[in-house]
Design a protein around this ligand. Structure first.
Ligand SMILES: Cc1cc2nc3c(=O)[nH]c(=O)nc-3n(C[C@H](O)[C@H](O)[C@H](O)COP(=O)(O)OP(=O)(O)OC[C@H]3O[C@@H](n4cnc5c(N)ncnc54)[C@H](O)[C@@H]3O)c2cc1C
Length: 345
């Protein structure tokens, strides 16, 4: 990714971060900005390479300014990943084209798929066969980017089997609950949804092999999540370093140690993004776990160094503290990642 593109992107998101974080925030103008530059689908469907590295660098840069926007970008980009990997046809082709420009918003409701495949809990949405496809009923406990018309990808249970399907917010039977105030990420239209007898055509079924589908996209999923953790961590450490110049030299060693960890993590992220089949799944799990922890620790360190100025509710420091609190509870959660590592030992 060129330095010019990253600089332009950072400037765009920096200017809007406070508003996006506010109760009236909305991440869609950011997605449209990136869509107009054809940056939303970088590397989608590849097993790593320059496109995926560029996507990670873009998400990192956005996260350095605004985690809400970086998270929305990740979710949107993952929907393009699913469409690229699923069964192709005119329906999914048209949706992918409109997602790439930012005209439509993509919502990934796949947290329950990761838990199902890990053997923790079955997916909650049931699907019955119909003459033309599937009829879906059940809850989506959480998803982001649930804007009108959004393209939502979710797993469903077909008896003992599983499938991955596409629905649209606004389809008959899809009810999105009003979004409630959150600690952060308020501009991301994050909420729950209920599906009641939602009919989808066979063309909207991306896969009937959930385990295979998850195994194929998961390294990319984790790489791009790691990117927004790394972007937030790097920004917090930049701010901590700036703060040290004025005051708390006592914390200099801590900041330097976190910086070394952040640099190593970003190098590892690029390595793993170059070829997502080169290393076992545990490498991606370890990377994502380390990234979320580092971002939480870095945002706390930034706050400690910045003192009272950082405690002002309107400061970037306090926003990053709130944003970082999301990372251990985003699927796969810290508990889930640690559980997977223990069971794969
Ligand atoms: C603002 C927001 C936006 C979201 N956006 C999306 C989205 O776009 N798409 C999406 O799919 N999901 C989304 N989610 C859901 C998110 O990814 C997690 O699935 C969700 O936050 C987990 O919360 P839960 O209450 O279901 O916790 P649970 O999954 O019930 O976990 C509760 C606790 O148990 C731990 N735990 C979980 N599994 C295990 C295990 N096997 N062993 C040990 N401990 C375990 C967890 O770490 C956590 O501490 C969003 C959530 C929020 C809050």
């Amino acid at each position: 990714m060129s330095t010019g593109t990253l600089t332009e992107t950072s400037a765009f998101f920096a200017e809007r971060a406070a508003h996006v974080d506010s109760p009236d925030g909305d991440v869609r103008p950011g997605l449209e900005f990136l869509g107009a530059r054809d940056l939303l689908g970088l590397g989608a469907g590849s097993d790593g390479g320059p496109g995926l590295v560029a996507a990670a660098e873009l998400i990192e840069a956005v996260a350095g300014e605004c985690l809400s926007s970086a998270f929305a970008l990740w979710a949107h980009r993952m929907v393009l990943e699913y469409l690229a990997r699923g069964r192709s046809g005119p329906l999914t082709g048209e949706l992918a084209a409109r997602l790439r420009t930012g005209e439509l918003t993509g919502s990934t409701a796949m947290a329950t798929a990761l838990r199902d495949v890990a053997g923790i809990e079955p997916v909650p949405v049931r699907a019955e066969p119909t003459a033309t496809g599937l009829r879906l009923s059940g809850p989506i406990p959480w998803a982001s980017n649930l804007f009108p018309g959004a393209v939502v990808v979710l797993p469903v249970r077909t008896g003992e089997g599983r499938a991955v399907v596409v629905v649209r917010v606004g389809d008959p039977g899809v009810t999105v609950a009003p979004a409630r105030p959150l600690l952060a990420l308020n501009g991301t239209a994050s909420s729950s949804a209920l599906l009641s007898d939602v009919d989808v055509l066979g063309a909207a079924v991306l896969s009937t092999d959930l385990a295979g589908f998850v195994a194929a996209f998961r390294p990319t999923f984790l790489v791009l999540q790691t990117a927004f953790c790394a972007g937030l961590a790097a920004r917090s450490l930049d701010e901590a370093e700036r703060g040290l110049a004025r005051a708390d030299a006592e914390l200099a060693d801590d900041v330097a140690e976190h910086r070394r960890s952040a640099d190593a993590l970003r190098a590892r992220l690029r390595d793993l993004a170059r070829d997502t089949r080169a290393e076992p799944a545990t490498a991606y799990i370890r990377l994502r776990l380390a990234a979320a922890r580092l971002a939480v620790a870095a945002s706390r360190l930034e706050s400690t160094v910045r003192g009272g100025a950082g405690y002002l509710a309107t400061s970037g420091t306090s926003r990053r503290l709130r944003e970082a609190a999301f990372l251990p509870i985003q699927a796969p959660t810290e508990g889930h990642l640690r559980w997977e590592l223990r069971h794969s030992a």
